[in-house]
Design a protein around this ligand. Structure first.
Ligand SMILES: [Zn+2]
Length: 317
């Protein structure tokens, strides 16, 4: 019932941020005593302010989202508070993030996923890779080292300075929708890992990614999987999943429709757990060295419906 429900913060709920449905479409997510989801609404505090939002599900496109959206100043204050001391993360903090063991695993896993579908990160194979929501440049640094041209995009000032100084690749300090026009139609690959769930206007972001791609170019996307039972169980209690950091939750159906509106067609889609990166790495180890690590826990997680993340490869027509 988007447009009819009033929240105590005072804002009326707008149309679905992914498909734009505006009348009689969204329902507030809740659960019964035995269900998976525990609350209807969340509050967040930052910069001396509090905002409140409800988790809605769009019946039209199967997208789940917090509404109303906090304003940009509030979100900025929230991230600064998360970075520590209420300010930007220091270069030392970002350096530790890039050097973390799990970073190399995640980057290798994405590269393996792409290679598995014929998208190689080698000189000559890519005209330009755009890394959307580049963070500390974990993936951008890898691509740059391969000798592939890369443009790192992030709205965070500290991230952009760090990437420019440490990696030396092209950097755009902005949202993806505001990337300079000179890059339109030039990317052979857009990489957007664990970022779209933070975007206030995911439809605009996907449209912008579509515009950056050359015909035949690819978009790699990883997002929280709305249909994951463990994600639903954690969505309000886990600091990673919680409002206001995550504003959006996607299903395969929602993504297929949204990507279609952005001129993109899904070439591959799979569900993974957060340790699935290890799986990809191990798979390669098995092939290369005949090793066989224990994956019982991963199998158990998958069987229990974990699969908290969707990995997507889409292609521009
Ligand atoms: Zn929708």
């Amino acid at each position: 019932m988007a447009g009819l429900i009033k929240v105590s913060a005072g804002g009326s709920l707008g149309p679905c941020p992914l498909c734009g449905a505006a009348e009689g479409q969204a329902m507030t997510v809740h659960r019964s005593a035995g269900g998976a989801l525990s609350f209807l609404r969340c509050a967040a505090f930052a910069g001396g302010r509090a905002v409140e939002a409800a988790l809605l599900h769009c019946a039209s496109c199967d997208f789940a989202y917090f509404s109303p959206r906090p304003d940009a100043a509030f979100i900025d204050g929230y991230y600064r508070s998360q970075a520590g001391q209420g300010g930007d993360p220091t270069p030392e903090t970002l350096r530790r993030k890039v050097a973390a063991w799990s970073t190399a695993q995640e980057v290798a896993a994405v590269a393996a996923f792409l290679a598995g579908h014929g998208v190689r990160l080698e000189p000559g194979a890519q005209s330009l890779v755009v890394d959307v929501g580049c963070g500390a440049g974990e993936f951008a640094a890898f691509v740059h080292r391969q000798g592939v041209p890369v443009l790192a995009v992030d709205p965070g000032r500290a991230n952009c300075r760090f990437v420019a100084d440490e990696i030396g690749c092209a950097v755009a300090e902005c949202d993806v929708a505001d990337v300079p026009e000179q890059y339109a139609g030039r990317a052979s690959l857009v990489h957007c890992k664990d970022s779209l769930e933070h975007h206030a206007d995911p439809a605009a972001s996907l449209a912008a990614m579509g515009r950056l791609l050359a015909p035949g170019g690819h978009l790699f996307l990883s997002v929280p999987n709305w249909n994951s039972r463990t994600l639903q169980a954690d969505v309000f209690n886990h600091p990673y999943f919680a409002f206001p950091a995550h504003l959006n939750y996607f299903s395969a159906t929602a993504l297929e429709k949204a990507l279609g509106r952005a001129g993109l067609r899904i070439a591959a889609l799979t569900g993974t757990t957060f340790v699935s990166e290890l799986f990809y790495c191990a798979e390669r180890a098995i092939k290369l060295q005949g090793l066989r690590p224990e994956w019982a826990q991963l199998d158990a997680d998958a069987a229990a419906g974990a699969l908290e993340r969707l990995l997507v490869l889409a292609e521009k027509a």
